[in-house]
Each structure stands twice: as structure tokens, then as C-alpha cells.
Design a protein around this ligand. Structure first.
Ligand code: ZN
Length: 162
């Protein structure tokens, strides 16, 4: 329960406020009463602060402006990460499909000894792999196509020499 006996009129906030002698007591009050107060009034104290007018601690349901901004930023970042993760996954998939198709085209170019075309396709694939690696949190995603590409590069250089 709210300790009504230590309720004072606070000049700083312009309303009746509960006084706490220490920050620990104010924080403990939040810990033990926030849920009940939220249920009763629709808003709960979230932080304690020192009031220089009362020379004591109060609790408030308002996050500080700085804290509010920090929380907003955190929420936005979290939301963006979620959206991006989904978007990134889609893009990675698209690139993977493109790479697979291009790998077949490279094979065809090698078969027909069109090495300049093969080189061009390999250059494009390398650029795609870079994008893929940048989008992916998991480095293993690019390992397989990278290996497939490297195998073809080796094959082309050995065919060129012969
Ligand atoms: Zn005060």
C-alpha cells in the first residue's frame, strides 16, 4: 500500500508526492507496489528520482525524457531488426537462386570454351556473394556457393593453360 503518511505537497512537481528517505526505499516501493498501482490507476511508478525541493526521493510513472528516448530508440531498433531480418532472408534467397542459375551458365560457357563469358559471369557472382555475405548473419550461407565458384575458377584457369 501507498504510505500515505509521508505524502507531501511537492513544489517541484506541483502535486502531492510520497517522500522516501533513500533511493533504496523508493526503488523497493516500486518493486513491491508497481503491479498493484498499475491495476488500480492504469499507470505504475517506473523510476525513482531525487527531488531537491523536498530533499527526498519520489517515484514517478514518467520515464525521463532521456530514458523515454532511449526506450523508443531500442524499440525502433528491435522492430527494424525484425523487419530487416525478414527482408534480408528474402534477398539472400533471391541471390542464392540467381547464383545457382548463373553457376549453370558458367558451366555451359566452360563447355563451349567461352572463357570471357565465364569470366564475366564469375565476376557477377563474386559481387552477388559479397552482397549475400553482407546481408547474412550466418557466414556459412555463402560458403557453399563460394566453394562452387572457386572450383570453376580453378577449372577455367587449368583449361586456359592447356
Ligand atoms: Zn518534491
Amino acid at each position: 500500500m501507498k504510505p500515505t503518511k509521508s505524502l507531501v505537497f511537492c513544489r517541484a512537481s506541483g502535486k502531492s508526492k510520497t517522500l522516501f528517505q533513500t533511493k533504496e526505499k523508493a526503488d523497493a516501493f516500486i518493486r513491491f507496489n508497481a503491479a498493484e498501482i498499475l491495476e488500480k490507476t492504469g499507470k505504475a511508478p517506473v523510476r525513482s528520482y531525487y527531488c531537491p525541493f523536498c530533499c527526498a526521493w519520489h517515484v514517478t510513472s514518467k520515464p525521463s525524457q532521456k530514458e523515454g528516448e532511449r526506450l523508443d530508440e531500442r524499440d525502433n531498433r528491435f522492430l527494424n531488426n525484425l523487419l530487416n531480418a525478414d527482408q534480408f532472408k528474402k534477398e539472400i534467397k533471391t541471390i542464392a537462386v540467381k547464383l545457382r542459375t548463373r553457376m549453370e551458365a558458367i558451366d555451359k560457357a566452360i563447355e563451349t570454351c567461352d572463357f570471357s563469358l565465364a569470366d564475366e559471369l564469375i565476376k557477377l557472382s563474386r559481387a552477388d556473394l559479397k552482397v549475400m555475405a553482407a546481408l547474412s548473419l550466418n557466414p556459412y550461407v555463402v560458403l557453399r556457393p563460394k566453394r562452387q565458384l572457386a572450383r570453376r575458377v580453378v577449372l577455367i584457369s587449368s583449361l586456359r593453360k592447356s
